[in-house]
Design a protein around this ligand. Structure first.
Ligand code: TMP
Length: 207
């Protein structure tokens, strides 16, 4: 089963995935947790280039293609082989990030993004996507407070991040069977309890 986690900056995805991975393994599931961009040796090199705050001249199209290149590598090297042997794959961001950030955020044409994404993923789609939702300014403040790795996109305007969040809501509304929206602006333990309940039940149905 392929489960992806999306959200604006500072939604706590990474630590929630870490806790959930440990929980599901205790339940006896084989779990692989990975992330985008990155997750492979090649993808990590692409990540460094994408997130380097010195790369101010990067165009929106080059940015989109680099995220897609990292995704193409991750799908074929890691995700597909794991799914083929029945592993539960948890991925910190996937193709919906491209639609939200490069589509709604950077205003690249959505039809082109869908076409390139289809090529990059070979048509692989998540069974379930969790939107860890948080108000943009609260999320950005959390990130700064936790002194997390700042990347080129963190430096974008608040209105950019608001378009990204609105984009996520549009994606979720268009495909409610795939998306679950979880309020991430709560204590981490409460968010984790919701994730365990929702995802535990979905995995049981599927496996
Ligand atoms: P994160 O690892 O902190 O979530 O950072 C990933 C950053 O990359 C985040 O700012 C969102 C951005 N991103 C895109 O703009 N497009 C994409 O396709 C992906 C996967 C991430």
């Amino acid at each position: 089963m392929f489960i992806t986690f999306e959200g604006p900056e500072g939604s706590g995805k990474t630590s929630q995935i870490r806790l959930l991975t440990a929980f599901l393994r205790e339940q006896g599931y084989a779990v692989l947790a990975t992330r985008e961009p990155g997750g492979t040796r090649i993808g990590d090199q692409i990540r460094a280039c994408l997130h380097d705050v010195a790369n101010t001249e990067m165009t929106a199209v080059a940015e989109m293609l680099l995220y897609s290149a990292s995704r193409a590598q991750l799908v074929r090297e890691i995700v597909q082989p794991a799914l083929a042997v029945g592993t539960v794959v948890l991925c910190d961001r996937f193709a919906d990030s491209t639609i939200a950030y490069q589509g709604y955020g950077r205003n690249l044409p959505l039809a082109d993004l869908h076409q390139i994404t289809q090529f990059a993923t070979g048509g692989l789609k998540p069974h379930l996507t969790v939107l860890l939702d948080i108000d943009v300014e609260r999320g950005l403040a959390r990130r700064t407070a936790n002194a997390e790795e700042m990347n080129r996109l963190d430096l974008e305007t608040v209105s950019f991040h608001q378009r990204v969040r609105a984009g996520y809501h549009q994606l979720a509304a268009a495909d409610p069977a795939r998306w679950m929206i979880v309020d991430a602006d709560r204590q981490a333990e409460l968010v984790q309890a919701d994730l365990r309940e929702i995802i535990g039940a979905r995995i049981k149905q599927k496996v």
